[in-house]
Design a binder for this molecule. Structure first.
Ligand SMILES: Nc1ncnc2c1ncn2[C@@H]1O[C@H](COP(=O)(O)OP(=O)(O)OP(=O)(O)O)[C@@H](O)[C@H]1O
Ligand SMILES: CC(C)(CO)[C@@H](O)C(=O)[O-]
Length: 308
């Protein structure tokens, strides 16, 4: 008998650069690239709900699915619904409804991979709560396929499952894709100026962007260190023509304050988080430049079930 309730934590993931690799089969689709996973992330609690809390999901007018909240307010994430359907826990057909509570301090749609994290957290928690007996690789694949299917991300789920500083060498879910990483830890600062639609960028022409992403990856593979990650990220944002003015200004301000203070080797400047109007820095670059950033660290562990 399962406990019918479980909670998972999934780190946020900031992509530094990427190339898009669509494919017929969602498990084979994905991205190459690199980024950092964050101790700031998404907590997902999945539980059997009371009938009183039952609701009807958009697009499924007759199926009661149970309450869905994001930070306590009603809200759904498409990839989460697809994960639950795949695991057969969405409307179990026995009158049971499922409650999903997503909590995060991260902004949604600003380059932190919140939708991928919510999907992976829902997969881990639903599997545990309803004793689905899937392995970690299977759950990562289900979350990856759901995220790719919704067009809200390509490489966040596999990166978030791993933790650390993931390098996505080959696109796709476990068994298809291939990951490496930079063995490093650091303080992370970030400031968000607003959203950038992932669906819009991925739905457009990605050829130039992907060429820039492949160049950046080649550079990082030659020298898998944090300063090279940040430098390749800045080059990518420029070459892929994705840099937004507020982020460009912040990157320049961090560079200038580093030059002025003759800063040591611990600060590697700032870069843009893909895909959001967000700037991030490793070290104290943003606070040194006079910004008031959120502060966290590189996450060491990757997605996991937690006691709650
Ligand atoms: N308040 C909200 N703001 C934005 N999206 C929301 C909100 N509530 C639910 N959503 C859903 O959450 C998902 C957000 O996906 P999106 O890929 O835009 O963001 P993200 O995963 O946080 O960021 P990114 O892909 O830029 O790293 C979408 O499916 C959207 O429908
Ligand atoms: C496409 C993307 C930048 C959206 O956040 C991310 O999923 C990635 O790096 O594949």
């Amino acid at each position: 008998m399962s406990r019918q309730r479980a909670t998972a934590f999934v780190p946020g993931h900031v992509t530094a650069f990427f190339s898009a690799h669509p494919a017929e089969r969602p498990a084979a689709a994905g991205s190459r690239g690199a980024g950092v996973t964050l101790t700031d992330g998404v907590t997902v609690r999945v539980s059997a709900a009371d009938e009183a809390g039952a609701s009807v999901a958009p697009g499924q007018p007759t199926e009661p699915v149970g309450p869905r909240t994001i930070d306590g307010e009603p809200g759904t994430i498409g990839a989460v619904e697809d994960v639950l359907a795949e695991l057969g826990v969405r409307g179990a057909g026995d009158g049971r409804t499922i409650e999903v509570a997503v909590e995060t301090d991260l902004p949604i749609g600003a380059g932190f991979g919140v939708s991928g994290a919510a999907a992976l957290g829902a997969a881990l928690a639903a599997n545990a709560a309803f004793d689905r007996g899937r392995s970690e690789n299977e759950l990562v694949r289900i979350a990856h396929e759901s995220e790719v299917g919704r067009g809200t991300g390509l490489g966040d789920v596999v990166a978030q499952a791993r933790g650390g500083v993931p390098i996505r060498l080959e696109p796709g879910a476990p068994g298809v894709g291939d990951l490496d990483g930079i063995p490093a830890t650091a303080r992370v600062e970030y400031v968000t100026f607003g959203e950038l639609s992932t669906e819009e960028v991925l739905g457009g022409d990605t050829a130039a962007l992907s060429a820039a992403g492949e160049d950046a990856l080649a550079r990082l593979r030659e020298d898998p260190r944090l300063p090279t990650l940040m430098d390749a990220a800045r080059g990518f944002a420029r070459d892929a023509d994705l840099l937004v003015p507020e982020v460009a200004e912040a990157i320049a301000a961090v560079e200038k304050s580093g030059d002025d203070s003759g800063s040591d080797g611990d600060d590697h400047g700032a870069a843009m988080a893909m895909l959001g109007r967000t700037v991030f820095a490793l070290g104290t670059g943003l606070s040194d430049a006079g910004y008031d950033p959120e502060v966290c660290r590189i996450d060491a562990a990757g997605a996991r079930l937690v006691e709650r």
